[in-house]
Design a protein around this ligand. Structure first.
Ligand code: FAD
Ligand code: SF4
Length: 502
């Protein structure tokens, strides 16, 4: 067959796409391009994960009888030249990458190499581009909750005829608990020793300038490993997923999260397969409550699909959006972890160790602080892109720039910002911190507090009329009347002048 599936490093599956339709013995192309890995100080575990998973997939396809052409090159362009020199008859067929501009780039590179390329729908999502666009009907802003309900109806997941199972679409109000002290987080699956991972990890360490720990790469790199992770989650962790979804505990980096984003984002698990497995677990097991199952399904069927389409609809503007005109640079401690703010130090430590921190650490610690500090969204986006094992431009950009920093307004209706109060309520970080979460100014006051009030005062012209901010601005007014804003502003000036000592 002249059609040769070209499998991208984030599409590692033979269960859908052109590869699923290729006959036995067909040629298959995989390209390990190393140049991109030099563009940012990527986490060591991220590069190891992607390269090791590609190498394992190459071996899997060879064992299954495919004629695998596996090219290592500095750039895609170099590899495509090599490929078409040897296979001038071939037409490459690939699933569209969700990354903005990649289709045009690949078309140009293939044309430069004198070859042909066909790009088809990406089947690694639950919804299609056409379906979303029909649903959106030309709208320019989108509401997640409406999209999610539509996805539930269309897919029939957790539906009872026309109605949601249990009579409610959303159980978020039951998913905001902090666990009692005696609660023990269910175990995370431990990494399986894998010789390809070990070899790849050593090669990555000696070849690239990486960030993050080079020890204990814990992410599965095969289909079987990813399935084991899913089973482990369903069995041990899903029951506690719901209630403690938003909680942060120093000794439990994993809490009861699924830890599946890294493998879903490279194609080792299909999101619909995870969704169905969670739904089945809810129907079959008393231990799995509806708020846990629905909470997890909402992330995958709702948020993951939603951000992918929002990204598509708002790029290229989204990547450089900055409606709050934030221009500060990212404090160095995001890279070094050296800060006395315990919530940030612990969370950055988690990211350094494993390329992972859970959703609330990302949103309410890392992005919250950066938003209050006024960090330019593009720079924070780049930091997330480099440091997380599950980070790709299509998923970080809407999450960081929009959800985290309220830089565009395409779906966020207000900034997700908070003072120390939120971190104190949802974590145990404050007890071990050198700062006092109850103080706003003065020696030892938690920086989140003054920064929070200063952020609101600074952005008053842009945010005050937002009805969802009304309560917050009534507190700003009270502080202004009490004459506190000046001291707050001075405290913030001080923090900025001494950022390396914060
Ligand atoms: P769980 O909490 O167990 O959730 C289950 C699954 O739902 C995840 O595996 C993931 O596939 C999906 N999911 C949940 N929330 C989202 C979301 N908002 N967007 C897309 N998918 C979601 N997710 C990434 O995959 N890559 C990123 O680079 C990324 N960067 C983020 C940056 C910020 C500032 C924020 C606020 C969120 C980011 N997210 C990102 C979304 C979310 O935080 C992660 O998907 C999640 O924490 C991954 O851990 P988990 O697999 O244990 O997820
Ligand atoms: Fe973070 Fe402030 Fe709590 Fe310290 S006191 S852990 S800086 S919120």
């Amino acid at each position: 067959d002249d059609d040769v599936p070209w499998v991208l490093g984030t599409h590692l599956t033979e269960r859908c796409g052109p590869l699923a339709r290729a006959p036995d013995g067909n040629r298959v192309l995989l390209i390990e391009a190393h140049g991109f890995a030099r563009r940012l100080p990527y986490h060591h575990h991220k590069l190891t994960l992607v390269f090791a998973a590609m190498r394992r997939f190459r071996d899997r396809l060879s064992d299954a009888g495919y004629n695998v052409i596996y090219l290592k090159a500095e750039t895609f362009g170099d590899a495509l030249e090599t490929f078409f020199a040897e296979h001038p008859d071939a037409t490459l067929v690939t699933m569209r990458s969700p990354s903005y501009g990649s289709e045009r780039r690949f078309r140009d590179l293939v044309a430069d190499a004198g070859g042909d390329l066909r790009v088809c729908e990406n089947e690694l999502f639950v919804s299609t581009r056409g379906a979303f666009d029909e649903w959106a009907d030309g709208a320019e802003t989108f509401t997640h909750e409406q999209f999610y309900r539509w996805m539930r109806r269309e897919s029939g997941v957790l539906m009872d005829g026309e109605d949601p199972v249990g009579g409610e679409w959303n159980f978020d109000d039951q998913n905001r608990e902090f666990p009692p002290e005696e609660w023990e987080a269910p175990p995370a699956p431990s990494p399986e020793p894998d010789v390809v991972v070990e070899e790849t990890a050593a090669w990555v360490e000696s070849t690239f300038d990486t960030w993050g720990s080079t020890e204990e790469v814990r992410w599965p790199v095969t289909r079987e490993g990813a399935r084991d992770h899913l089973e482990h989650f369903l069995e041990h962790r899903l029951p506690a997923f719901g209630p403690y979804q938003d909680a942060m505990r120093t000794d439990d980096w994993e809490m009861a999260h699924s830890l599946l984003s890294a493998v879903i984002n490279i194609g080792l698990l299909h999101p619909l397969e995870v969704i169905k497995a969670v739904e089945t677990a809810y129907h079959d097991r008393d231990a799995v409550s509806l708020p846990s199952a629905e909470g997890c399904i909402r992330q995958l069927l709702g948020w993951r699909e939603f951000v992918r389409h929002v990204y598509r609809q708002t790029m290229p503007e989204l990547a450089s959006a900055n409606q709050l005109e934030a221009t500060a640079s990212l404090p160095d401690f995001y890279w070094t972890g050296e800060t006395g703010m315990n919530c940030l130090a612990e969370t950055i430590g988690d990211v350094y160790d494993r390329g992972y921190a859970h959703h609330i650490q990302r949103l309410m610690v890392l992005a919250n602080f950066a938003t209050l500090w006024g960090v330019e969204p593009r720079e924070l986006n780049e930091w997330f892109h480099a440091t997380y094992v599950d980070a790709y431009h299509w998923v970080t950009t809407p999450n960081v720039v929009e959800m985290g920093q309220y830089a565009h307004g395409v779906f966020a209706t207000k900034p997700y910002v908070s003072s120390a109060n939120y971190v104190d309520r949802m974590s145990d970080y404050c007890a071990d911190c050198r700062y006092d979460s109850d103080e706003t100014t003065g020696e030892g006051a938690c920086p989140f507090n003054a920064l929070y009030w200063d952020f609101l005062a600074r952005n008053e012209a842009k945010l005050r009329d937002n009805h969802r901010m009304r309560l917050m601005y009534s507190h700003v007014d009270a502080k202004r009347e009490a004459g506190d804003l000046e001291a707050i502003r001075e405290h913030v000036v001080d923090l900025r002048a001494n950022v390396d000592d914060v």
